[in-house]
Design a binder for this molecule. Structure first.
Ligand code: PBG
Length: 307
């Protein structure tokens, strides 16, 4: 009679792939996660698939960064290369998603390009997002996931994809993405440091705001989003629950790096039962209204659920 279920296919695993390396590097603050090589990425995806995980979402760690974040839209950028390799290996057997943003590729660490005064230039960034979406779709991404929170990003990406014949490519919008202190371990994972002690508060949401997320999600759906996301997860269950009523497209949540690391650290100290807490939290996210969850626990929890 339980009202909510959690199964491996409800989970999407974030994965990091590094360019031009032949060693697999552990990410200290995300125990059990690595900056993968193309080879170790394939091995990991095979294990995720065997565990019944629904999909993966790729993040790139480039060798070079520049002002424009060119690696994000270059056909030979690391994520595009990895997408082609997974596509060849797995075809349509699991859903391969690509995070779409510039921050891993920009020298200054912002999610967009900068104006002369150092502020993020929303509209100049949109053009590059359109190019990144097409490069990712061409490389085989079934889903592109814009995470930069620029105004108008979903509309521009949808239009760019359609113009190049990728009308079947799904746009999963990070719709309500808060400027959160919980992204710390992720920034270690991708080697991103925001220049001059900056932050993302000019484009990500203020965590004091709830209604703003309704407007953000509605705008994204109007612009053509196929799926909308709330991020982070546990501190925004109210927002998830609101959006479940507000929009009728599939809804997901991102249980982010800091949420994972907190559980891992406490479990390593023997203070909590890590798997039990992870399953409780992910189930709560489903209960609040998410159809699926992006989580660093994907493999571990899927294997626990299967055993
Ligand atoms: C931005 C992006 C971030 C995350 C996913 N996409 C970092 C940020 O906004 O600073 C964070 C994910 C996590 O913490 O797990 N491209």
């Amino acid at each position: 009679m339980a009202e909510t279920s959690l199964s491996p296919s409800d989970l999407v695993a974030p994965l990091f792939v590094a360019e031009g390396r032949d060693d697999v590097r552990p990410i200290t603050s995300l125990p059990g996660h690595f900056q993968h090589t193309l080879e170790s990425l394939t091995t990991e995806v095979r294990a995720l698939q065997a565990a019944g995980v629904g999909g993966v979402i790729l993040f790139g760690v480039p060798q070079q960064k520049d002002e424009l974040g060119s690696g994000a839209f270059d056909d030979n950028g690391i994520v595009q290369v990895a997408l082609r390799s997974l596509r060849d290996e797995f075809g349509d057997d699991l859903v391969v998603m690509a995070d779409l943003c510039l921050d891993e590729y920009t020298s200054h660490g912002h999610c967009g390009v900068l104006r002369a005064d150092g502020a993020v230039d929303n509209d100049a960034t949109l053009d590059l997002y359109g190019r990144a979406a097409v490069a990712q779709a061409r490389a085989g991404a079934a889903v592109v996931a814009p995470s930069g929170m620029m105004d108008g990003q979903v509309g521009v990406i949808r239009e760019a994809l359609d113009a190049e014949g990728f009308s079947d490519t799904v746009v999963m919008a990070y719709a309500a993405k808060y400027a959160s202190a919980l992204y710390g371990p992720f920034r270690e994972a991708v080697g991103v440091e925001i220049a001059n002690g900056g932050d993302r508060r000019s484009y990500q949401q203020d965590y004091r705001n709830r209604r703003e997320s309704w407007r953000e999600a509605r705008l994204d759906v109007d612009e053509g989003a196929d799926i909308v996301m709330v991020k982070p997860a546990m501190t925004y269950l109210d927002v998830l629950s609101d959006l479940r009523r507000e929009v009728d497209v599939p809804l997901c949540a991102y249980h982010v790096s800091g949420e994972y690391s907190m559980i891992k650290a406490a479990a390593a100290n023997g203070w909590i039962d890590g798997d039990a807490v992870a399953i409780e939290q992910l189930t709560a996210v489903r209960r609040a209204g998410a159809d699926f969850v992006l989580t660093y626990f994907a493999r571990e929890v899927a294997e626990a659920l299967n055993s």
